[in-house]
Design a binder for this molecule. Structure first.
Ligand code: FMN
Length: 410
């Protein structure tokens, strides 16, 4: 795939691997239009590094953060895992006399915020990340071509991702305080939101279909109609108002190469993959949950969109959002209640109480279920593409399969 010809990859052509040796051209980090979703609990430094090392665009999950310092430390821990040996902690390039270094000014990954959570915590962490505090101080040539005049630089991330809430105040912050090359990626769920994001000057719009694993909008459609409609509307609006057309990524239920090609044919530059990266060696998710993902077939039937876990977990998800999970005792109970009693779904602790009385008799409480990582009770977020995933593989293999560059099964 030629990065120059792909609209999404072309946005990041300024982010290059450091190369050594006179006359050696710098190569772009991102060569594959696959972004790994910012999956809270299921992505982390190892997966982020594996995706970047293989040419994809990883989005580090900031999640429901409470401790900005811990997040900055996690971000720094990605650096030694990158296959670019100048990323290592505190390397002093002044020893590399006579070698030309290509200056890499951005970290080869994005950071993904849950926007409504960022509203609650304040923008401090975002600003620190934009200043480059997720980097480790290193020496780099100030001129870009010689090793004299070394200075310490701290690099910002390639991009910042916002999902689930009003991104506009933060878009402003990135444009005001971020480096000029730091891109803004926004995940949306309606055509109107995509239109607005283009008007706002967002660089990349992620279209999240109902197929998606994890949280999304309650009122959302399948990608099959969502992607071509948005692709059309953005082109038209671009022409009519003289606006840049943002790159489009499709997210939701995509596990295999045929789907990847289909969304590209409909107007997407690339894809965001969440569930497909869950059963990889590099994902930090628990092994028994990875195995459950691999055993789960027919994602249309075995997964369901629900708010029940948001009621139980009390993260205060705003109205209008739910999430797709693999069905379990909790979602069965919720459905049964709706069907047989016409009951409005039990809320929060009440829901768990009803469930405990009726079904388990053994569980102490929700906390115990979480401690046990008991998938009969806790949510296993997954998209409808779950039935197409058969084998635990490396992140690189999963990407090759998506691109049709691997002979192996999923
Ligand atoms: C386990 C899991 C956790 C997720 N966590 C987040 C998150 O923290 N922030 C976010 O913006 N999206 C999150 N998502 C949704 C993704 O951004 C994306 O829309 C989705 O994974 C795409 O669908 P797929 O999982 O079918 O590939 C999550 C998805 C999954 C499966």
């Amino acid at each position: 795939m030629s990065p120059a010809k792909n609209q999404f990859l072309a946005l990041f052509s300024h982010i290059t691997r450091r190369s050594r040796g006179v006359g050696q051209a710098a190569t772009p980090w991102f060569t594959k239009p696959i972004a790994s979703a910012p999956m809270n609990g299921w992505s982390g430094p190892k997966l982020v590094a594996a995706v970047a090392n293989h040419g994809g665009v990883p989005i580090f999950p900031i999640g429901y953060f409470t401790d900005p310092a811990a997040i900055l430390k996690d971000l720094q821990s990605i650096l030694p895992l990158l296959s670019d040996n100048d990323q290592q902690d505190g390397i002093d390039n002044s020893q590399n006399n006579n070698e030309e270094l290509t200056k890499t000014e951005f970290l080869p990954y994005a950071v993904g915020f849950i926007t409504f959570w960022l509203d609650r915590q304040g923008p401090d962490l975002l600003l620190k990340i934009l200043e480059g505090q997720g980097d480790l101080p290193r020496s780099t040539p100030s001129s870009g071509t010689t090793t004299t005049g070394l200075k310490k630089v701290l690099r910002p991330p390639a991009a910042v991702w916002f999902s689930f809430g009003d991104y506009r105040p933060y878009l402003k912050l990135v444009r005001q305080h971020g480096a000029a090359g730091t891109k803004v990626i926004v995940q949306v769920q309606t055509v109107q939101e995509a239109i607005d994001a283009q008007l706002d000057g967002v660089d990349v719009i992620v279209l999240q279909g109902t197929e998606s694993g994890g949280h999304g909008a309650q009122r959302v459609r399948p990608l099959l109609s969502f992607v071509p409609e948005v692709a059309d509307v953005l082109q038209e609006q671009g022409k009519a108002k003289g606006l840049k057309v943002p790159a489009i990524l499709a997210a939701g239920g995509i596990s295999v190469n045929a789907q990847f090609r289909a969304v590209q044919a409909m107007g997407a530059s690339g894809v965001v993959i969440g569930t497909g990266f869950m059963p990889t060696f590099e994902s930090p998710g628990p092994q028994h949950a990875k195995e459950r993902i691999l055993k789960t077939g027919d994602g249309g039937d075995t997964t369901v969109r629900t708010r029940i876990f948001d009621e139980l977990r009390d993260f205060g998800w705003p109205e209008g959002y739910d999430g797709r999970v693999v069905r379990n005792l909790v979602t069965d109970r919720e459905e049964e209640d709706m069907k047989t009693r016409g009951v409005v779904e039990p809320k929060g602790a009440d829901a768990f109480k009803v469930l405990r009385e009726d079904r388990t008799g053994t569980k102490e409480d929700w906390k115990q279920a979480v401690k046990d990582q008991d998938l009969d009770f806790i949510p296993l977020w997954a998209g409808t593409g779950v039935g197409l995933l058969k084998k635990q593989v490396s992140a690189a293999e999963r990407m090759d399969q998506l691109l049709g560059e691997s002979e192996k099964d999923n």
